[in-house]
Design a binder for this molecule. Structure first.
Ligand code: DQA
Length: 147
């Protein structure tokens, strides 16, 4: 009963970075919140943030058998990374993509996600709550029916 909370580049700067777009909360706030709901549901959470595409790929590759699901904000790699798409496609682990901001009302280049088609679903624009909702969807609706 273990979940991976995986956050991509620049999300370590939340709370300081473009607060008008991403809000005042920090990465630590996200991790604390997900840990709290996970505990209530009897799940453990491993939290990983990396600015490096390869580290994110490595985490996804080794997730099989280790994690029941992944909550993933690929950040800017969402819009660029075929390598992350291929990694997600390669593992039989349900992944929910989360974006803090509503990427659909931002620049055109953010409106397309390369990675989302390989994920179970995507939550956008709900800020910190998006991570909590992704966790609840995983443990209540997706993991119980997976395989
Ligand atoms: C983001 C949206 C991306 O376009 C951006 O590059 C990020 C954060 C979000 O959570 O809203 O770094 O993934």
């Amino acid at each position: 009963n273990r979940i991976l909370l995986l956050n991509g580049p620049n999300l370590n700067l939340l709370g300081k970075r473009e607060v008008d777009v991403y809000g005042q909360f920090t990465l630590n706030d996200i991790e604390t919140e997900v840990n709290k709901v996970a505990k209530e549901k009897g799940f453990e959470v491993d939290c990983v943030q990396s600015n490096h595409e390869g580290v994110l790929i490595d985490e996804i590759q080794v997730a099989v058998g280790k994690y029941a699901g992944i909550i993933f904000n690929p950040a800017a790699y969402t819009h660029t990374s075929v390598a992350l798409l291929d990694a997600i496609r390669s593992v039989d682990v349900p992944i929910i993509e989360v974006h803090i901001s509503n990427i659909h009302k931002r620049e055109t280049f953010r409106q397309k996600s390369i990675t989302a088609s390989a994920c179970v679903g995507q939550i956008v624009g709900l800020g910190l709550a998006g991570y909590r909702l992704a966790f609840l969807a995983l443990v209540e609706e997706i993991i119980p029916y997976h395989n």
